[in-house]
Ligand binder design. Structure first.
Ligand code: ATP
Length: 227
């Protein structure tokens, strides 16, 4: 369970969230939606303890300040594939994560599920954008962390890879994870998410999928609302 209590985030003069409280339970894929520059990345970074905030975020009742190592072990977040080590290989990254997160996930199976066997031993700097994105997603799967925060994970994926990654996320959800991912692809969010999390007017609005039309809410908040 993620419990967010009175969360306020401000970067220099930019107010991202003001006094937001909500909770997200296990077995959920949540799509984080907002126009460019609203603060999706900043919000994900704040849960990961990478930007300063007011208020509390609890992961399975664990607080970052009170028990930092336990909190961080419950979460996996890498902002983008630009944040992985260019001289190391996919295998290096996956072995490091398996050991740090004390995960029982089988790396060979993850490599196979994402079709990465051929380039698992090549330095990241020699990989294409889509291949690097596969490495990043494999890192999330191998971490086996209960809370997975992904910032635009589908960027650079071809349609076949998108289907594979969608299926992987659904499989992870069925193993009890909470997955929050930001995306501008509303149809993909609509396809795999259980809940939509809109950032609007410095608040987070959580909407259950299948009860509302995602495009209508988007238009209401960001198109009509901006006129
Ligand atoms: N390090 C920083 N210093 C100052 N301002 C920042 C910093 N990082 C982000 N911001 C500002 O915070 C706001 C939110 O940025 P953020 O990257 O979180 O938005 P986003 O919703 O993820 O955008 P996008 O969809 O374009 O990726 C923007 O106004 C941005 O300029």
């Amino acid at each position: 369970m993620i419990e967010i209590n009175n969360l306020t985030i401000k970067i220099t003069e930019t107010s991202i969230l003001k006094d937001v409280s909500l909770s997200i339970s296990e077995n959920k894929i949540v799509g984080l939606i907002a126009p460019n520059g609203t603060g999706k990345t900043t919000f994900l970074k704040s849960i990961a303890g990478l930007v300063s905030k007011k208020g509390k975020v609890l992961l399975n009742s664990c607080d970052l300040i009170e028990n930092r190592s336990m909190y961080l072990k419950q979460i996996f977040f890498v902002e983008s594939n630009e944040n992985i080590y260019s001289n190391l290989t996919a295998m290096d990254h996956l072995e490091y994560i398996k050991s740090t997160w004390e995960s029982a996930v089988n790396i060979t199976e993850v490599l196979a599920s994402l079709g990465m066997e051929k380039y698992k031993a090549i330095p990241i700097k020699k990989l294409s954008l889509g291949m690097k994105q596969h490495v990043l997603i494999a890192m999330y799967v191998v971490s086996d962390a209960p809370v997975l925060l992904l910032d635009e994970p589908m960027n650079g994926l071809d349609p076949a890879s998108l289907t594979i990654v969608n299926n992987l996320l659904v499989e992870l959800k069925e193993r009890g994870k909470i997955i929050i991912f930001s995306s501008h692809n509303l149809s993909n969010i609509n396809e795999i998410c259980d809940e939509f999390l809109f950032m609007h007017n410095e608040k987070l609005v959580l909407v259950k999928a299948n009860t509302h039309n995602i495009q209508e809410i988007y238009d209401e908040f960001y198109i009509k609302g901006a006129q």
